[in-house]
Design a binder for this molecule. Structure first.
Ligand SMILES: CCCCCCCCCC(=O)SCCNC(=O)CCNC(=O)[C@H](O)C(C)(C)COP(=O)(O)OP(=O)(O)OC[C@H]1O[C@@H](n2cnc3c(N)ncnc32)[C@H](O)[C@@H]1OP(=O)(O)O
Length: 222
């Protein structure tokens, strides 16, 4: 394990604390671009632009896309995007589809550690709509997977999600800051049992239970 940076990073995750210094340079630019793409994604849900404007935007996006595509290396230093296995905070924050500031798909959820709890906050835009005016249930599941995944990772022997059970109690509103909380209930052998809640204000919108199975993540990279 000592010469395995992947394993070392996972092991050190138990003491990981989210960095609070603002990014600079290329990374800051990446975050800005991803934020702009989120604005586009949400605007597409109800914009009234005409065909010509949409075609002009599509052409510009295609051109920028081609420029970025040409710079791709195919290099995937960590192989994962989820918080629990990524280890390196930058890889984790930037690439995750849930918390990645460099990933326009991510809402993004913002996580913090509060004692033995993980707290995640997000404001979901219209691009995450399921029932009218409310958040899609699959998106809520993804967010729970992330916060429960981070909670279980802090045991120091993280696992993959084996079972994730969600009870949706009330519709979760769009355009409102909602709060996820997660903690580890118990560990039985390789099984880590985690549980969490989702609130919008005082309203309990959903509850989750997850069983994570500790694995040797270095095997997944080979
Ligand atoms: C570095 C940390 C990474 C954490 C990431 C967290 C954030 C997000 C995580 C994800 O989204 S991961 C992506 C979604 N999950 C997957 O793709 C997992 C796919 N499934 C597998 O790879 C395997 O089925 C798994 C590793 C979960 C289990 O396979 P194993 O062959 O290692 O398990 P095994 O059959 O030896 O069973 C070990 C124990 O776990 C139990 N178990 C196995 N699969 C289970 C399952 N799916 N749910 C609940 N329990 C399960 C099993 O009953 C047994 O319990 P006991 O020890 O009490 O007998």
């Amino acid at each position: 394990m000592s010469d395995d940076p992947f394993g070392q990073s996972i092991a050190s995750l138990a003491n990981w604390v989210p960095p609070d210094e603002p990014p600079t340079g290329q990374r800051a630019a990446l975050h800005r671009l991803a934020a702009a793409m989120r604005i586009v994604a949400e605007a597409l849900t109800d914009m009234q632009a005409d065909e010509a404007d949409l075609l002009a935007a599509a052409e510009a996006m295609e051109q920028f896309g081609a420029r970025l595509e040409a710079t791709r290396t195919g290099h995937r230093p960590w192989g994962f995007a989820e918080s629990a296995p990524a280890g390196d905070a930058r890889a984790m924050f930037d690439r995750s589809p849930v918390i990645g500031l460099g990933n326009p798909v991510a809402p993004p959820l913002r996580m913090e550690i509060d004692g033995d709890r993980i707290v995640g906050r997000a404001t979901f835009g219209a691009q995450y709509e399921g029932p009218p005016g409310h958040v899609h249930g699959g998106i809520i599941a993804a967010a729970f997977d992330e916060v429960l995944g981070m909670a279980q990772a802090r045991t120091g022997r993280p696992g993959m999600t084996g079972t994730l059970t969600i009870r949706y109690r009330r519709p979760t509103p769009l355009h409102t800051e909602v709060v996820f909380e997660a903690r580890v209930d118990r560990v039985e052998g390789r099984k880590i049992f985690a549980a969490g809640t989702l609130h919008a204000g005082e309203t309990l919108c959903a509850e989750a239970e997850g069983i994570f199975i500790s694995v040797d993540f270095s095997r997944l990279t080979r």
